[in-house]
Design a binder for this molecule. Sequence first.
Ligand code: SF4
Length: 318
Amino acid sequence: MSENLIEVRNLKKYFRVSDGQLHAVDDVSFAIGKGETLGLVGESGCGKSTIGRVILRLIPHTSGEVLYDGENILEYSNEKMREMRRSMQMIFQDPYSSLNPRKTIGQIIAEPLLINGLVSRKEVTDVVLDLMAKGGIRKKLFNSYPHELDGGRRQRVGIIRALALNPKFIVCDEPVSSLDVSIQAQILNLLQDLQENMGLTYLFISHDLSVVRHISNRIVVMYLGKIMEVCDSRELFRNPLHPYTKALLSAVPIAKYNYNRERILLKGDVPSPVNPKPGCRFAQRCWMAKECCFEKEPELKDVGGGHCVACHLVNREG
Ligand code: SF4
């Protein structure tokens, strides 16, 4: 296994709300190897985007550690973190709202380079044009504004801007979910090409397992602030072990003629993440739940070959 670039240890992020504490991320641990893509999936509100923001210190954490190349960056001073931010970037879901509508594409890409003093004003145009070429944006769009571009091109600009500082690690937060399916594939291919050429490491956040499948080496499945299952991407699709993962996978369409997979429809409401009850977070919707599931929280255990599951009913013999 490759050396880890990122290690998240016992990370918690709670938000204070009027009736208690909202456990958005609750004691989550995982690692991402150098050059790896780790997919992070789950329904909306499961805490996946919060994890991305805490790792990049866009919001403060409650407790836990985030190691970058072995150092806990959550303890860095603001000044040290400012330097570190060059190595850690984010690609957002909605490229339109993350791009300044009053600036041209050239200016948007040039901005981080100039602010960080990486190039002189004389050199900047050539560097920006080079980055645009890498991201598949034609030169003639240099003086265009974001509203003149379609969604796919706008997301390319968002990606190029994230790459301008030559980062090592990128949090991709639902980067294709606002795009048409045909454009999604182009953006995913671009991200994969850039990863190969620049040795990038990705945390790829999505609610859509079929998107995550194609780009991720491993996948983390989250539910209500907790990790339910982690394993190699192919293994997850071949042999899902956690009931929640099975339900998510049953909703992923399969392109096979005459193939009808039985859909597992989850009953019951998603419980509130405010002051969660003891036991398994998934117990209220789990068709396999036993008494113990409502009393004791299952630990995330390796059931063999790095396939980790948090379920009382899944053991080594599986
Ligand atoms: Fe279902 Fe119990 Fe496993 Fe939780 S621990 S997923 S409730 S069987």
